[in-house]
Design a protein around this ligand. Structure first.
Ligand code: G3I
Length: 453
């Protein structure tokens, strides 16, 4: 959300100004997004609409991240499954969620050889494919115009090893200039979004990143509209390129921003303490490399939890690549990343604020209204406060709410504790209830997310 992002960065600037002015330093941030904001960058994750019904998934997403990348929902096979017939349902829901939480959004991705429908693969005329590609970009980027902070305009167009162009239908049928034509179409469709080229194995210097570097240099020289490069950073524990920071810096020196767009660091499973410690050190190194270069504006991990990572599906016997384990527990890599962002993970033995989960139950309904109850439950450690966010459906309006303190913003109702039900011991629960009107008989369940504090 462009405006929200500006607000976050504005707050970060204010914080820095206060520090420079010599005021006592505020206490160090305890979440990734707060620590990143204090550094003037975003910390995001890929998210999948199919998991948004799981309260621990949503509460972790909302608590830790201020940028969201739809994992699959904006890809060509989903947005234009048949020619000139567009589908934005799941992507709209994710963008709406991001906006309700003040998260920036990365659009992923407009032109990619994978998850591309067969009808595109079958085109053999340059004029026709150029037309189809421009039409796709103009519709998709046009639909989300104003809502996307950065677009991955073209994804994975180069081969590993040689740095030659990847053999795709776009390369074969249109030729080398398909990439610049895609960027021109994206700029026309959404002039306010940053336009990125995104790829994997370009995190350090090698033949492939040299080829991308040469392309960006050429685009800048000729005025092709490109604003940023995305280093995906799908990495392996203990095998990081040693020159990530230098590589980020050389792209920055071309006058583009750099983003770490799909960070995960996989290992042979099962994890053990030694592998988790190495992973923590690797996450710290990648995060520090970004923080050290002013033009590196954000880090995005490729998923909220190991439970839903793409890695085990593709690399047999590998996984555990993310910051939260299958049960949403913070891994050593989480603490290392937070520290590299200048945050403070706190004392792991201190039963401070942990995480909460929440559930919704419709307890009564009648012709034009219903009662609902929300129960918030602390995880394995105590929490000192909680927040529940209800997104009401069309026509639904909360008329009374008890055992909680509501604030309404349109159809989004944020509920804080009543006071006496703020502190929850590990595993303990608090509940609040409400009565809502439903004049059109729509008693369907509101969306629910909860977090601490
Ligand atoms: O939605 C169907 C489901 O209906 C079906 O039952 C199931 C059976 O396999 O497949 C589901 O689709 C899967 C889809 O993810 C949604 O979960 C596809 O098979 C699966 O191939 C697809 O994988 C995605 C992959 O891109 C495709 O290339 C991953 O989730 C996604 O994380 C991954 O992301 C890519 C980035 O876009 C680009 N960079 C690399 C990165 C990792 O591969």
């Amino acid at each position: 959300m462009r405006r929200a992002l500006t607000a976050v960065l504005g707050a970060a600037t204010l914080l820095l100004a206060v520090l420079v002015a010599g005021a006592p330093p505020a206490s160090a941030a305890s979440t990734l997004k707060e620590a990143a904001a204090a550094k003037g960058i975003v910390f995001g994750t890929a998210a999948a609409q199919s998991h948004m019904g799981e309260s621990a998934y949503v509460s972790t997403l909302n608590r830790e991240f201020n940028q969201l990348t739809p994992e699959n929902e904006m890809k060509w096979e989903t947005t234009e499954p048949s020619r000139n017939s567009f589908n934005y349902g799941a992507a709209d829901q994710l963008v709406g969620h991001a906006q309700s939480q003040g998260m920036a959004v990365r659009g992923h991705t407009l032109v990619w050889h994978s998850q591309l429908p067969d009808w595109v693969e079958g085109i053999s005329s340059r004029t026709e494919l150029l037309d189809v590609m421009r039409n796709h970009i103009s519709n998709v980027a046009g639909h989300f115009r104003g809502d996307i902070d950065y677009w991955d305009v073209v994804n994975e167009a180069f081969q590993d090893g040689s740095g030659a162009r990847r053999d795709t239908v776009f390369q074969r049928v249109i030729g080398d200039d398909y990439i610049e034509e895609a960027f021109r179409a994206a700029r026309a469709a959404d002039p306010g979004a940053e336009l990125c080229y995104n790829d994997y194995n370009i995190d350090g210097r090698n033949a492939k990143s040299d080829a991308v570097y040469a392309m960006v240099q050429d685009f800048k020289r000729r005025g092709v509209p490109i604003d940023c490069v995305g280093l995906q950073a799908h990495l392996i524990v203990g095998s990081l390129p040693g020159d990530i920071q230098a590589n980020i810096q050389r792209f920055a020196d071309l006058g583009v921003n750099v983003y770490i767009t799909e960070l995960d660091i996989r290992m042979q499973t099962p994890p053990n303490s030694q592998k988790l410690a190495q992973q923590a050190s690797d996450y710290r190194a990648v995060t520090s490399a970004c923080v050290a270069v002013a033009a590196c504006k954000g880090i995005t991990v490729w998923g909220v939890t190991d439970k839903y990572s793409w890695v085990p599906d593709v690399f047999e016997g590998e996984g555990a690549a993310l910051l939260f384990d299958d049960d949403y527990n913070k891994k050593p890599a989480y603490d290392a990343t937070l520290e590299a962002l200048g945050g403070d993970p706190g004392d792991p033995d201190d039963p401070g604020d942990g995480s909460v989960t929440c559930t919704y139950t419709r307890t009564a309904q009648w012709n034009n209204g219903f009662n609902g109850q929300v129960t918030i439950t602390a995880g394995s450690s105590a929490v000192s406060s909680w927040t529940a966010v209800l997104t009401m459906n069309s026509g639904q309006d909360i008329q009374a709410l008890w055992n909680g303190t509501p604030t309404r913003n349109g159809n989004v109702v944020t509920v804080k504790p009543a006071g006496w039900n703020s502190n929850l011991a590990a595993g303990a629960s608090a509940s609040f209830g409400f009565t809502a009107s439903a004049p059109n008989g729509n008693v369907s369940d509101p969306a629910l997310a909860c977090s601490t504090p």
